[in-house]
Design a protein around this ligand. Structure first.
Ligand SMILES: N[C@@H](CCC(=O)N[C@@H](CS)C(=O)NCC(=O)O)C(=O)O
Length: 255
């Protein structure tokens, strides 16, 4: 079996996509915690700062969607790209939507634009604590995490691609509506019979936020089609596919 190593920080939605692919495909891998403030210590070999980085044998690559396609070429069992060209096209389209709309709109925009309340600060500090458990962050950096999140250049760049004229609330409602449409009659996104890159781009974000207690409730669990889909997805992965210390998982996804 070839050695597989995933480099990332556990609070990155794009890293979560890749850990979910690996778990779904039953591939053994090692997770290396990257420090977002000193990434060169672990991923200096890439000469970049971006995670996820995936190394298979001696070859490494970046970019979650491309990593999914690469894994599919190397380990085709339990396909992430459907069973024919039409399915592959649908999957890649939804995955692009998830990477460019769902993740920036649902995960990052509120970090940049949401009101700085005590609740916002608490969420940010919890995220910093979770990162720090894997790649130790100095105390003053952890304290400043709410401001650092708001100023992170990559987060600002991701959010800048969204339509700033649409309010945060309207955007989140629109994106949730788009998720419902992509799911249609299910059972998986794109109305496909098997889970794919697309499902593993969206599900990890909702599940992680809930399991790690970043959000208290997961209202989509009550939705008539998204709720059953979330339960279906939970059954395909171990309870902790997020490479995060168990002690941070305070909620369980219902099966
Ligand atoms: N398109 C990339 C986006 C990855 C990305 O934005 N990663 C963030 C963490 S969530 C990152 O590494 N930011 C630090 C940086 O770019 O220097 C992917 O899908 O993997």
């Amino acid at each position: 079996m070839t050695d597989i190593t995933l480099y990332g920080y556990v609070t990155s939605p794009y890293v979560r996509k890749v850990s979910a692919y690996l778990y779904y495909k039953d591939l053994d891998f090692k997770f290396v915690h990257v420090s977002p403030v000193e990434p060169y210590k672990t991923i200096g070999f890439t000469e970049g700062t971006q995670v996820p980085v995936l190394k298979v044998g001696s070859e490494w690559r970046t970019d979650s969607s491309k990593l999914g396609i690469w894994l599919e070429e190397l380990f085709p069992e339990k396909s992430l790209l459907g069973v024919n060209a039409a399915e592959r096209e649908t999957i890649l389209k939804i995955d692009k939507w998830a990477s460019e709309q769902f993740i920036p709109g649902m995960v990052f925009r509120s970090a940049v634009e949401g009101e700085v309340t005590e609740a916002f600060n608490k969420r940010a500090w919890r995220l910093a604590e979770i990162v720090s458990a894997g790649a130790s962050l100095p105390e003053e950096i952890q304290k400043a995490w709410p401001q650092l999140l708001r100023q992170a250049p990559f987060i600002k760049a991701l959010v800048a691609h969204l339509d700033g004229d649409e309010s945060l609330e309207a955007m989140q409602m629109r994106i949730f509506g788009e998720l419902v449409n992509h799911l249609g009659e299910g059972p998986f996104l794109g109305e496909l019979d098997q889970p794919s890159l697309a499902d593993f781009a969206v599900y990890p974000q909702m599940a992680f936020m809930y399991q790690a207690g970043i959000v208290k409730d997961l209202p989509p669990l009550m939705h008539p089609t998204v709720g059953p889909w979330l339960r279906r997805m939970a059954k395909l992965l171990p309870e902790n596919p997020w490479c995060v210390d168990e002690k941070f998982l305070v909620n369980r996804m219902p099966a």
